[in-house]
Design a protein around this ligand. Structure first.
Ligand code: SAM
Length: 321
């Protein structure tokens, strides 16, 4: 958890944001104050919640160490001084420092599962959660997959969720960043998955030898230079290596498409997220028929490639020499 100095009774911060320095009587009162303060602060929401209200609920329940699915009955509960001081500290980190809330609370959710979360890796938010929940259907039709690679795994949420949704799946998770992998290892241990989920430090697939997989799920860096320059302050807290990928956002995606054929089984599938850079990739591969995944829970920019399609795709890629 990130330590932020918050002076007990920091009245200037409280006064500026309409917050009581003294502990409000109930959790419901605290929620109302947090909501108003977050709403007025012109923040960016998109790191696990999409509104000031959702974030206020997440913040206050976390400060009170209550589960996120607590019902309305908790609103009447008395609030402890410690919980309010924690909430004020997190509100200050969120409003003054523009930190994403999961970095302050140390908790994030992905595919309905809770993960440890801190600045060692991006805050989980990939639409690949829906692909995992749907068990890779309708594209995977051949019984259950047995081996899966989560490439560019960050804190490990994608590979770990895949393993939890399919109890006999063997999973390799790989990232170039040792700090991200240390967080991923903590998440693997949290779910006692050390036997089935193995982490590997690797520059894309460079350290994977001749290993092959049924499924590769990959959320690589894919933000293009223009988007990177105009991102809200909240993104400055995330590891830069997790976001940018060259002028058009596709430097990593091209390398992944070039090499994936060596690591997929003959009927394997690659799900490659490229977010807003999907239009540039779609243009570059205009001569090829591409499958873009449609999501019912929100999200876009995920390309689905079947192993036999890769040679033709690689032929049309603008690969650097
Ligand atoms: C967009 S983040 C995704 C993290 C995680 N999969 C998720 O969905 O939250 C991209 C990740 O790619 C990793 N990365 C960047 N360059 C890489 C490379 N050359 N090889 C492997 N991983 C790389 C970064 O360290 C970062 O963790």
């Amino acid at each position: 958890m990130v330590a932020i100095s918050f002076e007990r009774g920091n009245e200037a911060f409280c006064a500026e944001h309409g917050l009581d320095a003294a502990t409000p009587p109930t959790l419901g009162d605290a929620l109302e104050q947090a909501h108003l303060a977050l709403d007025k602060a012109a923040l960016f929401f998109g790191h696990g919640s999409d509104s000031a209200w959702d974030e206020a609920v997440f913040l206050i329940l976390s400060a009170c160490a209550l589960p996120l699915d607590s019902g309305d009955s908790v609103l009447e509960q008395p609030l402890s001084d410690d919980s309010w001081q924690t909430a004020l500290r997190w509100l200050q980190g969120r409003i003054d420092d523009r930190q994403p809330l999961p970095y302050l609370t140390g908790r994030a959710w992905f595919a309905g599962l809770e993960f440890y979360c801190d600045k060692r890796a991006l805050v989980p938010r990939s639409p690949l959660a829906e692909v995992i929940r749907n068990k890779y259907r309708p594209w995977w039709t051949d019984g259950a997959p047995t081996r899966l690679l989560d490439l560019c795994c960050g804190g490990g949420c994608i590979g770990i969720a895949a393993a939890l949704y399919q109890p006999d799946l063997e999973v390799c998770i790989a990232d170039i960043d040792g700090d991200a992998l240390s967080l991923a290892d903590e998440n693997i241990a949290r779910y006692e998955l050390q036997d089935r989920v193995k982490s590997r430090q690797s520059d894309l697939m460079g350290a994977l030898g001749d290993e092959r997989f049924d499924i590769i799920l990959c959320n690589p860096p894919y933000v293009d230079a223009a988007d990177l320059a105009s991102m809200p302050a909240e993104f400055q807290s995330e590891p830069p290596r997790g976001l940018g990928s060259g002028e058009d956002g596709l430097d990593m995606a091209r390398r992944i498409l070039r090499d994936a054929g060596q690591h997929l089984r003959s009927q394997g599938l690659l799900f490659l997220e490229v977010g807003n850079s999907w239009a540039a990739l779609d243009d570059e591969l205009a001569a090829v028929s591409l499958t873009w995944v449609e999501f019912s829970e929100g999200g876009h920019g995920v390309l689905l490639v079947r192993a036999p399609e890769l040679p033709n795709i690689v032929k049309h890629l603008a690969l650097a020499e």
